[in-house]
Design a protein around this ligand. Structure first.
Ligand code: MLT
Length: 262
């Protein structure tokens, strides 16, 4: 992993290949390693930059609350420190998608195209937000392992979860080793994220949206509506996948991404 100083913090990132830049933004509570198969496939034709968001993976930081805009500003700061000034293609999953909306809103001049995997435009319901705040309060006491154990079954399609695939254990380990303070800060940030539904008609950048058939966190029906509300978006269901479609069906997701980027 490489390191760049952004806003007085060291952010870790991976930088592979050459060509037009694709920035990969991971979900919660994960790190850049969830994109392993995309990094391999995309770096043949693109410069792939895959950071660990502040506090996650090997990056420093973790405030009381990390807003989605804060993460988006960090990404812009990382691009600055790498001297990337041309518009980039941003590919993001779930919480990464919440960050991508903020990147569009606050750094629109740096955004070429959007690839959104298994994410939502709506904010949390009041009950959903309260659940996150309660979990944020308890995770610092209980540690990350219970969060990892409770999230794991929600991330994957049932048949993939029971398959014993290597990525299941790898995901469990990444979640369990994420610092509780980072988890709490991101939970508070997600709970307070803005609702983007009314903005979708203004997000005119060419966009590819994909969602796992069995995604229980950001269901495909909801994501289809998000794509339909955007002026230039296409949508694909990833059959046989849950919430982690790039990990569960990498060949299909990579094919769609490469075709879209061509
Ligand atoms: C994620 O995968 O990033 C999270 O599940 C998003 C969320 O909790 O809303």
């Amino acid at each position: 992993m490489l390191r760049a100083t952004v806003d007085d913090l060291e952010l870790a990132y991976l930088d592979r290949g050459s060509g037009p830049v694709v920035l990969l933004v991971h979900g919660f509570p994960l790190d850049h390693s969830m994109w392993k198969r995309q990094i391999e496939a995309l770096s043949v034709r693109h410069r792939v930059i895959a950071p660990d968001l502040r506090g996650f993976g090997q990056s420093q930081g973790g405030d009381e609350t990390t807003t989605m805009q804060r993460f988006a500003d960090d990404l812009a700061g990382l691009l600055d420190s790498l001297g990337v000034t041309e518009p980039i293609d941003l590919c993001a999953l779930s919480m990464g998608g919440y960050v991508a909306w903020q990147f569009w809103q606050h750094h629109w001049d740096r955004l070429g195209r959007l690839i959104l995997c298994d994410t939502r435009a709506a904010s949390d319901t009041p009950e959903g937000a309260q659940g996150r705040l309660d979990l944020a309060a308890s995770v610092v006491e209980s540690g990350s392992l219970p969060v990892a154990e409770s999230m794991l079954p929600k991330l994957f399609a049932p048949q993939n979860l029971s398959s014993g695939a290597d990525y299941i254990e790898a995901t469990r380990q990444v979640m369990a080793s994420t610092r509780p303070t980072t988890i709490a800060a991101a939970l508070r940030g997600m709970a307070s994220r803005p609702d983007m539904t009314s903005e979708l008609g203004n997000i005119g950048v060419p966009s590819l949206l994909v969602c796992g058939e069995h995604d229980a966190i950001s269901p495909p029906e909801e994501m289809r509506e998000v794509a339909a509300a955007m002026p230039d978006a296409m949508f694909h269901v990833i059959y046989g996948a849950g919430h982690m479609s790039p990990l569960e069906r990498p060949e299909r997701v990579n094919h769609l991404i490469l075709e879209f980027l061509q």
